[in-house]
Ligand binder design. Structure first.
Ligand SMILES: [Fe+2]
Ligand SMILES: [Fe+2]
Length: 465
């Protein structure tokens, strides 16, 4: 473990001078990007952050005050498995790829670049949020997510520099050049070009969009390209906290809203009405579903056949790792009607992964509905139908109501304000966003957390302003 290098790592970077030089050249560009596009206004503040220093299941993180630009972004891979094999697909059982197989080079690079692009994008989307944080505890969590997304970018850039030569270097540079929401050089995936400019957006984003990350990383953690698998396995340990922030953050908003509902009109009392929370759920859930790709996809089949991207918990959950004998029924739109089509399982793997994701999201909804029940409210939150508001795959270009019924575009336009945040909704939520910087204090529209971070109390000074 070389923790004291300029780039902390467990990949023996100091023994690979060429790679070390390449990454040290990329580092100042990364820091320029961080200063330009990272959290605005807090770069010189001490933030109580965890830093990855190891990959062991216990004690992998060190907690202390750090100024964000001095955060030690490192490269950490889970230790190699002796006798690792390609765990699925046409090469199932062969030794895992330690180098990029020539025939899969483009596909692998595309997978890594697409994943890598999401990491800095989310930091860009969230860069103004510190100015309206509901508490110091939340401010710290925001920055924790931000620095770790920065580290995830490092993880992907390590793979690009380490395994893809010149075009890998070019791709690593381009990851710092695209900008979330910029019409001329947007980020690759649409969810990462959507504004995330209030805290309800932030919690919904970390709940639903970071959770897509969990499933993509889990599928890549199965990869037969071992460096990618080991990288993603470790990223998943950090990702868990991001989803915790979203899940509990939204749960706390729901709790506060339910409490205010008992006192009177939520709006008059300065809370966020349940209907608006529901619309934010509808918005981010639908955009996040798009991230899984088309329902019927030859890419998903190719990636699986090549042993590059597996299913969720491929090793643990499945015994048949070839997936050649099964068909799956997929819903499609044909001649203006919903129909089902049988497709080979390998072509439906995006849909299979999306299904795992939806199940996971439903658990979050159940937790929030339990909060509502605990507070004595009879209303319930729900997930929109997966066909609702889609921009990728079979349902893109068609319009559905919140229950998934095919409706005309006119009807959708007429009713969309019932389902998706309106400009007024967004304005209202923004009007509530005033910073609370005093330790132990919290904004009126959200309940305090059940506990602080790592044994500290909620009152702890998580960020020194
Ligand atoms: Fe990430
Ligand atoms: Fe994340």
């Amino acid at each position: 473990m070389n923790l004291y290098d300029r780039i902390p790592n467990n990949v023996n970077l100091s023994e690979d001078k060429k790679l070390q030089r390449a990454l040290e050249k990329w580092l100042p560009n990364y820091l320029d990007w961080w200063r330009e596009m990272g959290p605005d206004g807090f770069q010189e503040k001490d933030v109580w952050l965890r830093t990855a220093v190891d990959v062991g299941s216990e004690g992998w993180a060190h907690f202390d005050y750090v100024k964000m630009p001095e955060y030690r972004w490192g490269i950490f891979l889970e230790p190699p498995q002796p006798d690792a094999i390609v765990g699925f697909g046409d090469n199932h059982g062969r030794p895992a790829y330690q180098e990029v197989p020539g025939e899969f080079r483009n596909a692998l690079r595309r997978i890594i670049v697409t994943q890598g692009d999401t990491e800095p994008a989310s930091v860009e989307q969230q860069r103004q949020l510190g100015k309206t944080c509901p508490s110091l505890y939340d401010l710290r969590n925001l920055f924790q997510v931000n620095v770790e997304e920065g580290r995830h970018l490092w993880a992907m850039v390590y793979l690009l520099h380490g395994y893809f030569g010149r075009d890998g270097r070019d791709e690593a540079d381009a990851l710092l050049e695209r900008r979330s929401g910029n019409p001329d050089k947007p980020r690759i995936l649409e969810a990462f070009n959507q504004p995330c400019d209030d805290w309800l957006n932030f919690f919904a984003f970390t709940m639903f969009t970071d959770r897509d990350g969990k499933y993509q990383l889990s599928a890549l953690a199965e990869s037969g390209f071992e460096p990618l698998a080991r990288t993603c396995q470790f990223m998943l340990t950090e990702e868990a906290h991001h989803m915790f922030v979203g899940d509990t953050g939204l749960g706390r908003v729901v709790r506060r809203t339910a409490q205010l509902m008992k006192e009177g009109d939520v709006r008059e009392l300065g809370g966020i009405p349940l209907e608006i929370i529901q619309k934010y759920i509808n918005f981010w859930f639908s955009y996040s579903l798009d991230l899984f790709g088309g329902e019927i996809s030859s890419n998903s089949a190719d990636f699986f056949a090549a042993g590059l991207k597996g299913r969720y918990k491929e090793r643990e959950q499945y015994t048949d790792h070839l997936a050649t004998n099964e068909n799956v029924r997929v819903t499609i739109v044909e001649d203006g009607q919903l129909k089902t089509r049988e497709v080979p399982l390998r072509n439906a793997l995006n849909e299979v992964l999306r299904g795992e994701y939806v199940k996971d999201c439903e658990k979050g909804l159940a937790r929030w509905n339990k909060v509502l029940a605990d507070e004595g409210a009879s209303e319930r939150l729900f997930l929109p139908h997966p066909r609702f508001h889609r921009h990728v795959g079979e349902f893109a270009g068609h319009t559905f109501d919140i229950e998934g019924n095919l409706i005309s575009r006119e009807e959708f336009e007429r009713r969309k304000d019932e389902w998706l945040p309106t400009i007024e909704d967004r304005k209202y939520v923004r009007s509530l966003m005033h910073p609370v910087y005093e330790p132990g204090k919290i904004a009126n529209w959200i309940a305090p957390p059940a506990a602080g971070i790592k044994g500290k109390s909620f009152e702890f000074e998580y960020v020194r302003l």
